[in-house]
Design a binder for this molecule. Structure first.
Ligand code: CP
Ligand code: NVA
Length: 307
């Protein structure tokens, strides 16, 4: 049976293993080892939204593993408009060995996965960003060691990236506190699921509104844009509501004094984070970006059953 990665929940049984595999494969890449896991195979990448990291890291990653990656830009196939999701799934399954999809709507993501005969990897949708979470937990492990009992403080919007971090943190036994303005918290079902999982792993999952409260004792502080792709119509209103959630030195200094700063990027310097925090010695944002490559190579190898 083929395996997909739509939600971090799809990695529930092997998230820790995939992070270990990513570290191994990162070492192998740095040692110049050639890998031909996907020799002769093709990854099709469908993008409904713009991308720097996801596009480049998937294309380079699949190429490093011996395969060929094909990019389809937002105005190319218009899934569900020019052609039904079902037909796109069936056609692409005849050409590709794996599909990465960046979508506006999680329902199209699930529909594509349901009808495709090859693995589908979620490269971000309105619900989650699971590949980002894999890279992030890899980065946290590199900087903080065992994540059990450590605290991740999310500051800002209750969005797709937070959803994946909540589920992943719960699976790994990492405490996650999200500070979000009233009415902008994460999806209730995701929070409930993360709390269910955390009761087995010992993680503590909390949603608060006060960023000063949320950041206390944090080992990792995480910011993301206040205006996700698709939310642009409400940009002005969001920038106003989220202003108190900016991670500046004053707020960052309330975390542990060895806390690291993370951001999935792209960052909007001067909005959700200041230059001072982005560029400080405890900011690991570019390690995170690099780890998209290593994390996804491990994800692709694992879901294809090759490692
Ligand atoms: N973090 C991330 O997914 O970046 P892109 O939108 O540039 O791919
Ligand atoms: N939350 C952001 C993440 C971008 C990588 C968005 O969805 O636009």
């Amino acid at each position: 049976m083929k395996r997909d990665l739509i939600s971090v929940l799809d990695l529930r049984d092997d998230l820790e293993d995939i992070i270990k595999l990513a570290r191994t494969m990162k070492g192998e890449t740095k040692d110049g080892m050639e890998m031909e896991l996907f020799k002769g195979e093709t990854l099709v990448m469908i993008f409904e939204k713009p991308s720097l990291r996801t596009r480049v890291s998937f294309e380079i990653g699949f190429t490093q593993l011996g395969g060929t990656a094909l990019y389809l830009s937002p105005n190319e196939i218009s899934i569900g408009q020019r052609e039904s999701v079902y037909d796109v799934a069936k056609v692409l399954s005849r050409f590709a060995d794996m599909i990465m999809y960046r979508a506006f709507d999680n329902r199209n993501m699930r529909e594509l996965a349901k009808h495709a005969d090859v693995p589908i990897i979620n490269g971000l949708d309105d619900g989650e960003h699971p590949c980002q979470a894999v890279a992030d937990f890899l980065t946290m492990t590199e900087h903080k060691g065992d994540l059990k009992g450590k605290k991740l403080a999310w500051i800002g919007d209750g969005n797709n990236v937070l959803h994946s971090l909540l589920l992943g943190g719960a699976i790994l036994g990492m405490n996650v506190t999200a500070s979000c303005p009233e009415g902008y918290g994460p999806d209730q079902d995701i929070v409930a699921e993360a709390k269910r999982i955390s009761s087995e792993t010992g993680a503590v999952i909390q949603i608060v509104t006060d960023p000063t409260e949320g950041i206390a004792q944090a080992d990792v502080v995480y910011a993301d844009t206040f205006v996700s792709m698709g939310d642009e119509a409400k940009k002005e209103e969001r920038l106003r509501i989220f202003a108190p959630y900016q991670v500046n030195m004053e707020l960052f200094s309330r975390a542990r004094n060895n806390a690291i700063f993370m951001h999935c990027l792209p960052a909007h310097r001067g909005e959700e984070v200041t230059d001072e925090v982005m560029d400080c010695s405890r900011s690991v944002v570019f390690d995170q970006a690099e780890n998209r490559l290593h994390g996804q190579k491990a994800v692709m190898a694992r879901i294809a059953g090759k490692r």
